[in-house]
Design a protein around this ligand. Structure first.
Ligand SMILES: [Zn+2]
Length: 402
């Protein structure tokens, strides 16, 4: 198979991609930050529906990070109507039916805060492949969620041979309307914060991809210096939304959503659609006090099979590299999917995955590993190798529609 170097023809896009491609950055998923669940070792057997339901109900009793100005989801009427567990071959399917208040707990209509709280609360009880299926009053969650991004990617600017990969470093400083201030999206834990750890790993990955057939296209400020962004904090610490605003990207890529938190999540997949990337890899670290690596794909974005394949390769490569070079006991939590629960995957009209490398809120071994530059570099190299494996097998004449 033949790779081609990217040649960008559109003027604005050239400026953008040249700027963005230098280094990598990170994106926004959401894990609810605090959930009080105790078991420290994930069981290998399927968890019981009763235990999961109890964990979710506990998780809904505290307001997610960034939403403390609101009552907790359970106080506002978010209820678990039903929770079922089925074993589908090697995968566990967890179907969670939530009350309608789920759709409006966040007054902006963004469901990620509640859904992430649910997922984080189940993290310590799950291991191996898990398919989450969210319902609202019996109807699939994805039926309530917006799907379309900018309908028309910048096709005239795209090079059919380009292997642009959007590397999206999760989170970053954003404007919180509830509090009326600029803040990081995730908490500082033992001296580090996910928003910045994600940027570090993305940065290492972009460096690894320099000179490769892949062009890393970044969504956050790639230059780590003290230059302040619109928040007054260093621009590289800011969320993708603000970088997009300064980068000659049209508003229908970055101005979709009712507040900056939602706009920041949405702009990442929309930007990948706009530059016609071959894939989107979102770099995250987890919450929920479990341990190990898991990789997410969306079961409803029209690219389920390709996304699952990319997720499988990335997850396997990352776990093997960590075990071989860092910690032989590292836990493989496997693949996770859901029906639209994470906008970064759902809104990408191309293969998209979210890599959750380690748990920020598990001190040993996860958080300790994330303090180590060597660990981050091992992960970055493994993702690079995974991209090569993925492309080597299937990316040859790349398809515009896959
Ligand atoms: Zn995250």
């Amino acid at each position: 198979m033949v790779f081609h170097w990217t040649r960008l023809r559109g003027k604005p896009l050239r400026q953008v991609v040249v700027a963005l491609a230098l280094i990598a950055a990170g994106a926004a998923t959401s894990h609810a930050q605090r959930t009080v669940v105790s078991p420290s070792v994930a069981p290998s057997a399927a968890p019981s529906a009763g235990a999961l339901r109890a964990a979710v109900e506990r998780g809904l009793t505290s307001a997610p990070l960034g939403f403390e100005a609101l009552q907790s989801p359970s106080q506002t009427g978010v209820r678990v109507l039903d929770l079922r567990v089925e074993q589908l071959g090697p995968a566990t399917r967890i179907t969670i039916d939530l009350s309608q208040k789920t759709l409006t707990y966040d007054p902006t209509g963004d469901v990620e805060a509640v859904v992430d709280a649910v997922i984080a609360s189940t993290a310590p009880l799950t291991s191996g492949a898990v398919e989450y299926r969210f319902l609202v009053e019996g109807l699939p969650l994805d039926e309530f969620l917006p799907r379309a991004g900018p309908s028309q990617p910048a096709r005239t600017l795209a090079d059919p041979g380009a292997h642009r990969v959007v590397i999206s470093a999760g989170h970053g400083v954003y404007w919180n309307e509830g509090f009326g201030d600029w803040r990081l999206q995730r908490p500082r834990l033992w001296g580090i914060v996910e928003d910045l750890v994600n940027w570090d790993i993305t940065n290492y990955l972009a460096a690894q991809l320099a000179g490769s057939p892949f062009q890393a296209v970044l969504v956050r400020q790639p230059d780590r210096d003290d230059r302040p962004g619109v928040s007054g904090r260093p621009a590289w610490q800011e969320a993708a939304l603000y970088f997009m605003k300064t980068a000659a990207v049209p508003p229908d890529v970055w101005n979709i959503g009712v507040d900056d938190y939602a706009r920041d999540i949405n702009t990442r997949p929309f930007y990948a659609n706009w530059v016609d990337a071959v894939a989107v890899i979102s770099i995250h670290n987890n919450g929920g006090e479990a341990t190990g690596t898991e990789t997410w794909f969306d079961a409803t974005n029209g690219h389920e099979a390709a996304s699952q394949r990319l997720a499988e390769i990335v997850n396997r490569r990352v776990v093997s590299a960590i075990r071989a070079e860092y910690n032989p006991e590292w836990v493989d939590r496997g693949l996770r999917s859901c029906n639209g629960c994470k906008g970064e995957n759902r809104l990408a009209s191309r293969p998209a995955i979210i890599l959750e490398i380690a748990f920020m809120d598990r001190r040993t071994p996860d958080n300790e590993a994330l303090q180590d530059e060597r660990f981050k570099q091992i992960v970055a190299r493994a993702i690079r190798d995974a991209l090569h494996e993925w492309a080597g097998a299937a990316a040859a004449p790349r398809s515009r529609t896959d």
